[in-house]
Write a protein that binds this ligand. Sequence first.
Ligand SMILES: [Ca+2]
Length: 498
Amino acid sequence: MERTVHSPRVTKSLISLILSITATCGYLPGAGAASADGPGKVELPLSLIEKIGPNGWGKGKDSLRIFRGRGSDFRWELVSNSEQRARFFIKYKTVQELNQDYQVSVGDQVFFSHLPVTGAENEAVIELAAFELPAGLPTILSLTPPAGTQFPEPVIVSKLWIEVEGTEAVTVRKPSAPAARPSSLPGFGRKLSDLHPSLNSADLRDEKLTLRVSGLSAHPAKGVYIATWDGEIFHLDDSTPTAKYTKVADSLREPMGLCFVGDRLFCTEKSQISELVDEDRDGFYEAHREVSSGWPGTRDNHEYTFGLVHRDGCLYFAISVAMGTRPKTNQQAPLRGSLLEANIETGEWRVMAGGLRTPDGVGITGSGDILITDNQGEWLPANKLIVVQEDAFYGFRSTKPWHPLDKMREDPAAVYLPQGEIAASPSQPIELPDSWGPYSGHIIFGDVTDGGLQRVVLGGRSDAGRCVPLFTGLKAQVSEAGPRAGWRALCRGDCQRF
Ligand SMILES: [Ca+2]
């Protein structure tokens, strides 16, 4: 028996009804649909599949036995001589309910389809996607089975095909091999090995100190302040050839971001924002005032609090998601992966944006736009530079309870930063001031894994932003950089001026 249903996610509630109707009448009537063996049908040969991963073949490779998506790569390259609409079908059977949908990607379109249980004897036909094939351009069609679960029983796929409405032939072939992977160092395969020719650098390390630096802020009169992962704040005096570090605070919990608001100094801690207070004005901040706290969190080591920037009486910081202790379901504490805004005086806080993963960099432009860099992985296929829009959702998903801003289609980043090509762990974004001539207004950010600094030109409404390497050649990876009569780059255990 063969059945056809149309079941993208939006019509899932109709599945049971349609199944009962079509169980006896074969194909659903549909506009321009070709029959199973009609002239518009183009088979997607299973033999062209690049990598079946943990799955198996049926006898004679006439079917696929799919247990899990992760590790497989089911893709075909389609070429049509003229623009025409295509519909993608699967013929399968399965005895168990799947806990996730099958995903189809065509260009930038994504479709989700539930595959109902058929029983061991019956096969069903499902329409997985309907899309436009462009004229002459290769289009990659990919099928992704549920990735997270290894099912005990397979989905047995006997046939995959498309049906086109036009009369032009469609060629199906194995996708072209991807371009050779570039070096993971900045420079798109060619390593930048030095500073930008118009810049120079000075080594500000103190060989007697090992500072696990995590944050930096500069005050026009007071100088440069550095936070360390070990809970200390140091003042840096680099006005003489030998840089001098003076401890000005301690006993903080994972300070990751520092921010001066006027003469007041604020920092992030593991689960709160604090103001550092020097009541006796001896230069040491002996008091830590809690400014704001109360957002959910666990004790996970990867739940960082990144930031910190100021705008109109509020501080902005990002709380990352758990990775060390989360369960296999990726369940997160509510609101993790958010940009938060906290009022300095009242301590009241609210969620500005969600869907972030490890946003190790919160910056602000001269016009007040909040910038975030986020790290690739899981739901995030690339690193990102984001110009934050209020109430936006940027794609990292957890499980129930969903983030309150979660939605089907995530909001776009300003620039995507492919992993290993231009970024691996992008850090704090900074807008370059007018003194940088042709680069003024551009955004730079460092990289905690690859080192160097990258430069971004933000796009407008009609053009995409772009990112190019600015320089490398510092002693270590850049965690944070900032201006004040020259620039300091914080590296792991290092501080350099450039
Ligand atoms: Ca003091």
